[in-house]
Design a protein around this ligand. Sequence first.
Ligand SMILES: NC(=O)c1ccc[n+]([C@@H]2O[C@H](COP(=O)([O-])OP(=O)(O)OC[C@H]3O[C@@H](n4cnc5c(N)ncnc54)[C@H](O)[C@@H]3O)[C@@H](O)[C@H]2O)c1
Length: 145
Amino acid sequence: MGTKQSVAITGAASGIGLATARLLHDRGWQVWLLDLQPEALSSACRALELPATRGLVCDVSSKGGVNLMTLVNAVAPGPIDTPLTRKVHTQNVRKQWSHRVPMERYGTSEEVASAIAFLISDEASYVNGQILALDGGFVTAGLAV
Ligand SMILES: NC(=O)c1ccc[n+]([C@@H]2O[C@H](COP(=O)([O-])OP(=O)(O)OC[C@H]3O[C@@H](n4cnc5c(N)ncnc54)[C@H](O)[C@@H]3O)[C@@H](O)[C@H]2O)c1
């Protein structure tokens, strides 16, 4: 695992996926960007100075999207400041989340991307079957409903 390999990033045209693609690309991974939205995908490839062929338009929830995996880890984000939450969280909702999360703020896409970069790194080679909460302490504090 010393040599950086290819990594396919789902939902890579926006938010957490885009931040992850940027970080891993900067760290030397050969990134492939997967997303439903062709135009956003083209913009993401341009932003990362990648050829358009690195962007694959696909629905990753389709049957057969994921077949064989030996290491399976996941991140479970709390409230993260992304285009999604900017669109669906009202000012009131944002205030409530910021109040309830022990760290009193939303996370950033970059913070989620850093944790993903750790999970796929050599340093995490014996981490398997884990779900890493990235939520400013929300679940650990017993605040999840
Ligand atoms: N932002 C948060 O607070 C938060 C919290 C918990 C979980 N999540 C989850 O994390 C993921 C990313 O969230 P985000 O805030 O970065 O969202 P976002 O809307 O900014 O980006 C999501 C991207 O995924 C793409 N996408 C959606 N369905 C797809 C599919 N079936 N196949 C391929 N691409 C698809 C979209 O086109 C979009 O580009 C989502 O699944 C979201 O539900 C987000």
